[in-house]
Design a protein around this ligand. Structure first.
Ligand SMILES: NC(=O)c1ccc[n+]([C@@H]2O[C@H](COP(=O)([O-])OP(=O)(O)OC[C@H]3O[C@@H](n4cnc5c(N)ncnc54)[C@H](OP(=O)(O)O)[C@@H]3O)[C@@H](O)[C@H]2O)c1
Length: 262
């Protein structure tokens, strides 16, 4: 199991490709010769990312879609189909977060983000995996987070949504283990993108995160593509973030062993 080779009729469908990690994934795959189909809501930002890739000779399509909309998601397959391309790589990168305790959060905003972070990932995997199985090659990268490994005060639904993505991705991989489709969960730590400000973090809060944890979007994408190439189940860019995830898992293990001994 590994990345299918670039092909003239194949495309890498990347959601959240108008900025941040999604745009970096598009650059990383395009630099290896893959055609890409970029999906997000903001048409101007999508076109800017696409123009940048085309300057380097890449084949790029853009699709404006709001992935919280079931209608937009349902139309995605047909819209890709009209380009004459088949999706042989799927990167579920679109994601967002809000801040606030569960008791005080804006419920509509939280539910909208769950529709994006959780439901759209399930929907797009289900939509495109059949084609990959039929064509006997394919790769899926779902972007979770190191937040998947721990509870996070003030970001309860975000952390839970990423725990869902991690669990779902591992199960999908298990179910496809006899197939030629590779499935990988990417769990980045902090990455300097629009994400934190969009989520409502202040500059002060952002600068309080230790420098050792940060990885650039391009570094994260390079590590993710390497993980896809070797068919890895899980990819956590950066040693400090591996340690962070390991500590969270050890705490869970400790809690589980105490639960048994009572
Ligand atoms: N940055 C971090 O520290 C970090 C750490 C761990 C994991 N992650 C995860 O990495 C992924 C990418 O985040 P990022 O850091 O690259 O943030 P970002 O720069 O804010 O990118 C988010 C992308 O998602 C798209 N998007 C948001 N809402 C959408 C919607 N309703 N429909 C379609 N597209 C939508 C945005 O485009 P439009 O606004 O144009 O739609 C944008 O392209 C997310 O899943 C995030 O949870 C980020």
């Amino acid at each position: 199991m590994s990345l299918p080779p670039p092909s003239p009729r194949g495309t890498a469908l990347i959601t959240g490709a108008s900025s941040g990690i999604g745009a970096a994934m598009a650059r990383a795959l395009a630099s290896r010769g893959y055609g890409t189909t970029l999906v997000a809501r903001d048409g101007d930002r999508l076109r800017r990312t696409a123009d940048e890739l085309r300057e380097h000779g890449a084949r790029v399509e853009t699709i404006e879609a709001d992935l919280t909309s079931r209608t937009d998601r349902a139309e995605l397959e047909a819209r890709v189909g009209r380009t004459g391309l088949t999706v042989d790589i799927l990167v579920n990168g679109a994601g967002a977060a809000t801040r606030g305790s569960i008791a005080e959060c804006d419920l509509d905003a939280e539910l909208g983000h769950m529709e994006l972070n959780v439901v759209s990932v399930v929907d797009l995997c289900r939509t495109f995996v059949d084609g990959m199985i039929a064509q006997k090659s394919g790769a899926i990268l779902n972007i979770a987070s190191t937040a998947a490994f721990k509870p996070m005060g003030g970001q309860g639904t975000y952390a839970a949504s990423k725990a869902f993505v991690l669990s779902f991705t591992r199960t999908l991989r298990l179910e496809l283990r006899e197939s030629p489709v590779t499935v990988t969960a990417l769990c980045p730590g902090p990455v300097p993108t629009d994400f934190d400000r969009r989520a409502g973090f202040t500059d002060e809060e952002i600068s309080a995160i230790p420098a050792i944890m940060w990885k650039s979007a391009d570094d994260v994408a390079a590590v993710a593509v390497a993980a896809l190439e070797r068919g890895a189940e899980l990819c956590i860019p950066g040693r400090a973030n591996v340690v962070d995830a390991t500590m969270s898992l050890l705490k869970t293990k400790q809690q589980a062993s105490q639960a048994v001994s009572r």
